[in-house]
Write a protein that binds this ligand. Sequence first.
Ligand code: A3P
Length: 284
Amino acid sequence: SEKVAPKDLLFSYKGILYPATFCNPETFQVLDSFEARSDDVILAGYPKNGTNWLDQILNDLEITAEKYTDELSVFPRLEFGDPEKFKRMKKLPFRRIIITHLPPQVLPKSIFKSKAKILLLVRNLKDTAVSYFHFHNNMPPLPSFSSWDEYFAAFMHGKLCWGSYFDYLVEWNKHMDDENIMAITYEELKENQTLGLKTIADFFGFSLSEDEIQTVVERSSFKAMREKSSQTHGKLGKILFRKGIVGDWKDHFSEAQSKEMDRKFEECLAGTKLGEKMKYGLYC
Ligand code: A3P
């Protein structure tokens, strides 16, 4: 199809594909020069886990931070932008909010050495797959797929930008006993946003009143974020804030595909800390 991105728009780093429109191979070469600080607020999530939602939440919860500094709003993901960005990020003040889709084995080592707190956002595999399918087909820098079935095969084999979601979860699961990491699911946040926000605020040590928490809850509702999405994200807005629900996968998956994914989830994560955490979302 004419929407398929030319191969030179993608590049590979440590066996994982990235889109050259957002990421620069030279930035990856100097990724390890990024110096994390112990007071950095780090959000990790595979694409479509809801990172833009948490971006808004963290920026609102961290009421003492310098808001939307140019550097972080122009290159809102650690791996986006040019190789000089890490030098410029050094100059950013107290408590940088840093977001990344990278798996832990690719992240700069300083992130783990610094003991910066990491919030790992995960979403059930099936809704993540559906959300990423629509994103691929609406974002020309990413390769598009002519059918759901073709895309499903690519998802199952991890042949997508930022790699396999299964591998991503398996790698992060190895860090589940790290004291500075907390995992939260998209589904639990959807179910009780107030409780989710309080848990996140406690984890990072942000102290907010009940009223402040409620303000953040309202500002970060799907409806509120979608309504102002053309101001916050330009043309990308309506693509990024698509449906914002749990269970959209039921309109896409065949019975056989659903079972295949359940099987692979079990193979990769059964009995693990992260696997148990994600189980609730699996049955939504
Ligand atoms: P859908 O495509 O299923 O609607 P990311 O920000 O990591 O790219 O993830 C995008 C997904 O998060 C989209 O899922 C989007 O709708 C959802 N999302 C964004 N803001 C949200 C919010 N405030 N509440 C719930 N879901 C939200």
